[in-house]
Write a protein that binds this ligand. Sequence first.
Ligand code: PEP
Length: 239
Amino acid sequence: MPRKIAAGNWKMNGTTASLAELFAIAAAHQDPKVDILICPPATLLARITDAGAIALGGQDCHVNTTGAHTGDISAVMLADAGATFCLTGHSERRTDHGEDNATVAAKSLAAHAAGLTAVICIGETLAEREAGETLAVLSAQIAGSVPAEATAQNTVIAYEPVWAIGTGLVPSTDQIAEAHAHIRAELSDKDIPLLYGGSVKASNAAEIFAVPNVDGALVGGASLRAADFSPIITALENA
Ligand code: PEP
């Protein structure tokens, strides 16, 4: 059985005051039955010395370890700052920074080399779904972005339909089930955890976690406040 993971992606949100939310989540889940991950902005990541049972992750890493890459952060630096995970290939990176599958694979390998678990994000756009291309897109993204040496120890896959991220739109449970079954089949030789991401909130978490092959969630907006994220963690514990 893949391990269950409740992951929060704070994106470009959070200043010093936001650390209180992270500590509130840690206080509410001191002995969690699932893995909890929060990916704060790097400015906060480096300042957290004790996150309790919460694992910390970066939101992106450079493919190189060091070098003349102004504004970038390497996986080694994230590990040095206390991260044990790193998101790669989030749709906002793919869209805003033109990251293709090969870049995502290289970043995932860089994360692995630094001892980080790569949370590799894949998902179709609305146009691709409406064209009936969802499963083909997922196959291409898996083939191109997931390194051959990925294992259940160093990799997590997050299925995030682009049209569901930050929109309040959520696929039907049948659509989630179809996508996750497809991803599981593509990675059948590995017991990699599969997370669903896209407008997960306390009110829909239990229904999503009941879908076969859903091992947790990657949560954006609803991970910013303990009052919103904590019930999602609890829903996963009870799934
Ligand atoms: C995300 O950023 O990965 C995400 C799923 O965001 P939201 O939960 O806000 O849709």
